[in-house]
Design a binder for this molecule. Sequence first.
Ligand code: IMP
Length: 439
Amino acid sequence: MNVTVIGAQWGDEGKGKIVDLYSARADFIVRYQGGNNAGHTLVVEGKKTVLHLIPSGILHPGKTCLIANGVVFDPEVFFKEVATLQAAGVLGSEPWKQIKVSERAHVILDIHRTLDRLREEKASQSKGKIGTTVRGIGPAYEDKAARRGVQVVDLLHPNLLKEKLERTLSEKNALFKNHFGSEEVAYEPVFEKCIMLGEKLRPYIANVRRMLVDAKKAHKPILFEGAQGTLLDVDHGTYPYVTSSNTTAGGVITGCGVGSTFLQSVIGITKAYTTRVGVGPFPSEIEETEKETAEKIRKIGAEFGATTGRMRRVGWLDLVALKYAAEINGFTGLALMKSDVLNGFENIRVCTGYELHGRVLDELPSCIEDMEQLIPVYKTMKCWKNFDTKAVRSRGDLPKELQDFMTVIEKFVDLPIVLLSTGPGREETLQLLDPFQNG
Ligand code: IMP
């Protein structure tokens, strides 16, 4: 059975922990979209590791980690992560035996990072600011769609690389100089750096699609590791306040070049509340309405971005958005994270509808202006208290209020909760259903 792990909210749901747990059961762990805008925090035996690009499964020995074609790939970030993992003793002297990068993945260049930064700086006074991670993700995907992107395989083909870089740079330089009043970029150093990075990358480069097809034929379990979250999907999220890739389950198919039969168990990861980094609509946000509660959740939940360190905006669990995510991704189950953060609160709330111009909606509207005006409709519930998050062996051991909360979620979304996380560590987890057995 293959398992896909997908963020059901705006990212930062705790996918890293789940991927790490499920990796023990898979032979291949695959990143299929996004880039190093992701920040997956893992805590193993009290030691914290943050990964941005290499699949979180790397912490398990003997697994093959794949970076597929749908990823935008920053070679410099990749080599830094490899070096960090080597220093930590996770990777040995031949890391390419464990990690492969698709020939077809698109490369993030310095010019993409520069463009991302210049745009965000220019927009900072106006409405156009997205609050990106400034890692060059959007500009790299733009070049891909515009058919002038540099693919990993091009780094090994100097003539092709030269032609592509010349085209890309001439357009970028016109933008840098005329639109942003910034410095132009010289061609030669960019070319030389790409050739150098290509040589270093050579042993990692592979036909990842073929590897996956062969793995399936050999009945080897595959874990697809989503990055960001459903509401940041470029097609289905809160556009334009989204990332530039398909973060939803369909991204597995195009991002790896495999058929729909590869999607078997699809697990949606959600926190017991909601967070969002960056700008954009967030109907159940409580930063203004319940300031102290927002601060308390942020503090206990350490809600600061793993990639940029930015403060995460906080709100209640949005069941309407969760149901929307379940439909788009075809979730087969949910993992409920960070229930421990709310432990001891008096009451909590869940959003069960949106009011817009006097009407109650049961799904997210498509227009950004409407999304910004939604008034959440809440159900208030008693919160759980004094539960020893480390001493939970079954659902029956949980406080009644937490069991009720889980039932409300399951009924609203019509899906089982397959896992409850009660803390950051591997051992603080109650596994209720095994996604490798139950599709
Ligand atoms: P970009 O992906 O850097 O272009 O940023 C676009 C939007 O996605 C911004 O609001 C970011 O804060 C958000 N974003 C990107 N990656 C993540 C993530 O891993 N977690 C949460 N938000 C993210």
